[in-house]
Design a protein around this ligand. Structure first.
Ligand code: UDP
Length: 475
């Protein structure tokens, strides 16, 4: 087939249904749609299409297309088509439900091919949707996975799954195969990999299937910058058996212009530069009620001003409302009276908070979007990883980059944070020399990240290369 530079190149993107995936996918879709002669479509279930529409800039030309999906067919409550406000025990039904979308997606791609057989078409899918590789191969279409996590964290995750079962020492440690300098503790590995097996655990079997599909794809797009995660990109290439890796990030939402009419931004504006600690555990993770009390007591004792996005503790329904008994008596009122702390109940304008000059550090679960949003704004991190690759993100930032200090290392009961630790670490980051040094490094990293997506930057060139490769492979 003859290809000319004026042919419209079509790109279909299919994210998994979680905020931390929908947000970067919509950024990637929008970025590609800004290229000449590119037509971009995001595919998902109806309610996630509505979410994607609300994330995309209103001027975006990205098309949105719904696939038929009925949550109750999969044991999900009505209206629950994403991890948002879904209790953890329903995550596995959500994971499994995605496989039911295959026939509709196959029809969608094949209709697109027959309606215009000459315009190149490629698929960028979420690694949680491993079956999309088979659809692409069956229809002769280029396929890439878009990793919404960082390169290093993804490589560790891939290594753990591909080398399962793992050789643990008696002390509960593991030296990562092919990376003798990376030592993990059992508490830093998902319990699924420690106890699960494909015969008895549907969640284990689900991830096992995704890993089996992973290296069948034509390549990996990663939301990172090569200059920021050089060793991570190398590690990912090795673990994936030499797959092409395109580091096109950081893909971030542009914060809206800060307005002091906004309650939270107005509150921040009343504080000195770099004096407020922002606390959030992302869109899905929560800590236990007893850990919330320790965090609250530690924050109060530290004397630091803070803004905490607070949600019901683990084990409670997100939509069940907030109960005062989850916090020390009179805590919220005392903090308000002293103008010391704000609790945000619900969704926070995170990008706007992190880009505000009064924000001095971020106590974070180290979800990858939060990491990038923080570092792009030169804000260092106090790591409290809870699940998945968050442990590896946090570890990488401590050991390789020096922009993070960990308050917690493991998960569940194996990492109990006490109020004294919170007080000590928050003080040293917000008021001590350690914090100043971390802020200096975070500013440097922020420059590297911003340069990568600036004119002629490494991530822009990686995107050029990806789009060129994808279009060339269309036959
Ligand atoms: N987020 C936000 N407000 C909130 C909580 C989360 O804007 O109150 C956004 C945050 O800026 C980030 C995403 O939701 O873009 C969370 O992604 P991340 O990878 O950090 O964590 P996840 O929620 O996937 O664990």
């Amino acid at each position: 087939m003859k290809k000319t530079t004026t042919t419209t190149k079509r790109v279909l993107l299919f994210p998994f249904m979680a905020q931390g995936h929908l947000i970067p996918f919509s950024q990637l879709a929008h970025l590609i749609s800004l290229r000449n002669n590119h037509s971009v479509t995001l595919v998902n279930t109806h309610s996630n299409i509505l979410t994607l529409r609300s994330i995309l800039p209103s001027s975006s030309t990205v098309r949105l297309s719904s696939l038929p999906f009925n949550p109750s067919d999969h044991g999900l409550p009505p209206g629950h088509e994403s991890t948002d406000s879904l209790p953890f025990h329903l995550f596995t039904p959500l994971f499994l439900s995605t496989e039911s979308l295959r026939p509709a997606f196959t029809r969608f791609v094949s209709d697109a091919l027959s309606s215009d057989p000459t315009s190149p078409l490629s698929i960028i899918a979420d690694p949680f949707l491993g079956w999309t590789v088979d659809v692409a191969k069956d229809l002769g279409v280029f396929h890439a996975f878009f990793l919404t996590s960082g390169a290093w964290g993804s490589a560790v995750f891939l290594s753990l799954w591909t080398h399962h079962p793992l050789p643990w020492s008696d002390s509960g440690d593991l030296v990562l195969p092919n990376r003798p300098n990376v030592r993990l503790h059992r508490s830093q590995v998902t319990p699924l990999l420690l106890d699960g097996d494909a015969d008895n655990n549907p969640e284990f079997a689900f991830f096992h299937r995704q890993i089996a599909q992973f290296c069948k794809s034509d390549g990996l797009i990663v939301n990172t910058a090569e200059g920021f995660e050089r060793s991570g990109v190398e590690f990912l290439k090795e673990e994936s058996g030499g797959m092409p890796v395109w580091a096109v990030g950081p893909l971030l939402r542009v914060p809206s212009t800060p307005s002091s009419d906004d309650t939270h931004i107005g509150w921040l504006a009343g504080h000195p530069p770099a004096s407020v600690l922002y606390v959030s555990f992302g869109s899905m993770n929560t800590i236990s009620a007893s850990q919330m009390v320790e965090l609250a007591m530690g924050l109060e004792a530290s004397g630091t001003a803070f803004m905490w996005v607070i949600r019901p503790p683990s084990g409670f329904d997100f939509k069940g409302g907030f109960r005062e008994e989850w916090l020390p008596e009179g805590f919220e009122e005392r903090m308000r009276e002293q103008n010391r702390g704000v609790l945000i109940h619900g969704w926070a304008p995170q990008m706007e908070i992190l880009s505000h000059g009064s924000t001095g550090a971020f106590l974070s679960h180290c979800g990858w979007n939060s990491v990038l949003e923080s570092l792009c704004n030169g804000v260092p991190i106090i790591g409290w990883p809870i699940a998945g690759e968050q442990f590896y993100n946090s570890m990488m930032m401590v050991e390789e980059i020096g922009v993070c200090v960990e308050i917690a290392r493991g998960n569940g009961n194996e990492s109990v944070v006490c109020r004294e630790d919170v007080e000590r670490i928050v003080r040293s980051v917000m008021m001590g020399g350690e914090g100043e040094e971390m802020r200096r490094k975070a500013r440097e990293v922020g420059e590297v990240l911003r340069a990568a997506v600036g004119e002629g930057g490494a991530s822009v060139r990686a995107m050029d290369d990806f789009l060129h490769t994808a279009a060339l492979s269309f036959v």
